[in-house]
Design a protein around this ligand. Structure first.
Ligand code: SF4
Length: 666
């Protein structure tokens, strides 16, 4: 049988949303590569997704519904039919609802790596109808989202391809080499054309030749460094008062706070050189166009929202907008507007809201009502959510009925009572909205679903019908959901045409033109069109700095993304061995040598991992990569076992980088 090349697009949690060419021989994927449908893909994709067929055909792939036959968490299951699985889930959920009320059931999901049909369609209708507890999906991007919404109304950001026009690029709390790789060629081009590049991050992810300045700030102190830049600009008289007067409000709140942080004071708090803060301030102020790439690293602590707000204020106080290659980029997820009300039936759902970062505590502590039923889908909390030991203990509860819908046997799936096999993005029809590039993608399946795997919209419709509910949401098929999604989605006020999207596989914006230029063809989407430096959702003190030192543990653990995993996806094969990265000085002080097994510990737990030494990580900070699976670790615990489940005051976000630890020879 000849090999076919079929069009697809990557739905994984990555800003780039590459278009793909997938080679298929005899209904088997033989190669996944780049296509030129999305110009940002630029003829290459990451090695992660080029190896995605290893997940599709993994020995750990879930192919049929199963029920638990062994101890909770032992991963022992036996095959059952879809009828039995659906019947059991409905029966158990009805029993729980009758005895404890609907709120005793918790749907648990996060939308990073799925597309528009996979979340908030029939699943929402199902849990609303049940009267289940609602979930605040805040494990990532909640503080950044609040800051961007309050200050700019989530205005579309500078397109990556326009970075080539910049003369100065500031990358703050982002690692494009791991999770936004298509920005990297544009950075190189800009630099070849003379642009200066500065990076603010506790760990340097570039070579020294690739950038001009690195500020290795201590995690959680970004807010004071950003305020110190503004302080310096105030002192130099470099604030753009014309721009501030015309396009912003509440700048006094910001400037008053910035006056408290001269560079010397901020340098002491952040553990960097005051001269470097001034150098950064001057690079930014004296180059035009200048662009800011703000990432998500700076939000992952209790000062997260305040830090993002102060960093997003930087281009505004200088008026660094209006030119190609100026402005800022954060998430462009709001550019294609999706009216979620159109995705499913209008079933009211006003139950209690549970922050997903508190899963362990919610499962273990007394609640009224307690959680007795858990439905986990699009998510692997054992590997990705703070307070891992509490989550594991909670999932071990014999009185907790747990359903997991998954592609492979994850660390969370092992705790299921009923396991449902889910399709991968290569086996389904979907519509994916990019959050980096300005594109909307249509996906056809490139292969038939493996085994009896099903897409989410079908699973929850099946469950709803089995409950005996007559709502249309449970009778619509995938095609009807594609219609719902396209009817509910608008790009720059234009409706999306499903037929055209199916034919062309991609829809672009017209700003006019394919790229927005902030304050030229796009302005803040706030109610009055102005940048608001003190929006209500940032609280009374939007730039307040909280000293995060605690517990007497001297080191801060960070857990950033790597080039191996997307959150925890692909952890079944692509991250076999956990490791700890530390500065040689910190290692020497603890008699730890390269390759030695370290014990990383705090009050929450301990993790054992071999040591890697790097001068690129600042002293006082150690790193264990994000998303690794339990099997990668010597004692079955990973970075999240050391992360407290505190949440940020803005957005209720996870505080991964608030973990304070000590490291010793194991
Ligand atoms: S993960 Fe990112 S870089 Fe990799 S294929 Fe998907 S969109 Fe492209």
């Amino acid at each position: 049988m000849p090999t076919k090349t079929l069009a697809s697009a990557c739905t994984l949690d990555c800003p780039d949303t590459c278009s793909l060419d997938v080679e298929v021989t005899e209904n088997k994927i033989t190669r996944i590569g780049a296509s030129d449908v999305n110009p940002i893909t630029q003829g290459f994709i990451c090695t992660k997704v080029s190896r995605f067929a290893e997940r599709v055909y993994s020995p750990d792939r879930l192919l049929y519904p199963m029920k638990r036959v062994g101890e909770k968490g032992a991963g022992k299951f036996t095959r059952i039919s879809w009828d039995e699985a659906v019947g059991t889930i409905c029966e158990r959920f009805k029993e729980i609802k009758d005895e404890w009320g609907g709120e005793a059931i918790l749907p648990y999901s996060y939308g990073g790596s799925n597309a528009l049909l996979g979340q908030d369609t029939s699943d929402r209708a199902f849990f609303a109808k049940l009267g289940a507890s609602r979930l605040a999906r805040t494990v990532c991007a909640a503080p950044t989202s609040e800051a961007a919404q309050g200050m700019y109304g989530k205005m579309p950001g500078t397109a990556f391809e326009d970075y080539v026009h910049a003369k100065f690029i500031l990358i703050w709390g982002a690692n494009p080499k791991a999770s936004n790789i298509h920005l990297v060629p544009y950075l190189k081009k800009a630099r070849a054309a003379g642009a200066k590049i500065a990076v603010v991050d506790p760990k340097l992810n570039f070579s020294e030749k690739e950038i001009d300045l690195h500020l290795p700030v201590y995690p959680g102190t970004d807010v004071v460094v950003a305020l110190a830049l503004i302080h310096h600009w105030q002192k130099k008289g470099w604030l753009n008062w014309d721009f501030l007067g015309e396009h912003t409000k509440n700048v006094d709140v910001l400037l008053k706070k910035a006056r408290q942080y001269p560079p010397e004071k901020a340098a002491e708090i952040a553990g960097v050189e005051a001269e470097d803060i001034k150098k950064l301030a001057e690079m930014y102020a004296l180059h035009d166009p200048a662009v800011l790439r703000c990432g998500w690293g700076l939000e992952r602590n209790r000062n997260g929202g305040q830090s993002v707000a102060a960093v997003l204020a930087l281009p505004a106080v200088l008026g660094k907008f209006g030119l190609q290659g100026s402005g800022y980029t954060l998430s462009n997820s709001n550019a294609h507007k999706v009216d979620s009300r159109g995705l499913t039936d209008p079933i009211s759902w006003n139950t209690r809201i549970i922050n997903m970062n508190k899963l362990g505590k919610v499962l273990l502590e007394e609640n009224d009502p307690p959680i007795k039923g858990l439905f986990n889908y699009n998510c692997n909390p054992v590997a990705t959510v703070p307070n891992q030991k509490a989550i594991i203990a909670g999932l071990q509860r014999e009185d907790l009925f747990t359903v997991v819908s998954e592609q492979v046997m994850t660390d969370t799936a092992r705790f299921a009572d009923i396991l449902l096999p889910a399709v991968t993005f290569l086996e389904q029809k979907e519509i994916k909205k990019a959050y980096g590039s300005y594109t909307l993608h249509y996906l056809d399946p490139v292969i038939e679903p493996l085994g009896e795997a099903k897409p989410n919209e079908e699973v929850f419709a099946l469950l709803g019908r089995s409950m005996g509910w007559q709502d249309q949401a449970f009778f619509d098929d995938t095609e009807a959901y594609l219609q719902r999604v396209t009817r509910s989605t608008h790009g720059m006020g234009k409706p999306v045409q499903l037929d055209q999207l199916k034919k062309e596989k991609i829809a672009f914006f017209d700003f006019p033109g394919r790229a927005p230029v902030q304050f030229q063809n796009i302005f803040p989407w706030t109610p009055d069109g102005k940048i608001n430096f003190a929006p209500g959702n940032l609280g009374k003190n939007p730039y307040e700095y909280l000293d995060l030192k605690r517990n007497g543990y001297p080191l801060t653990l960070i857990s950033p993304a790597t080039d191996k995993l997307i959150s925890s996806t692909l952890g079944e094969f692509n991250f076999p061995k956990l490791f700890l990265v530390m500065n040689p000085g910190d290692a020497r002080a603890r008699s730890l040598e390269k390759g030695a097994t370290a014990r990383i510990f705090n009050d929450l737990g301990e993790v054992f991992a071999p040591v890697q030494l790097s001068r690129k990580i600042r002293p006082g900070v150690v790193l264990i990569p994000k998303g690794a699976w339990r099997k990668s670790s010597k004692n079955g615990l990973t970075s999240t076992a050391l992360v407290p489940d505190d949440v940020s005051s803005v957005g209720g976000g996870a505080c991964f980088n608030d973990a304070r630890v000590e490291v010793a020879v194991a």
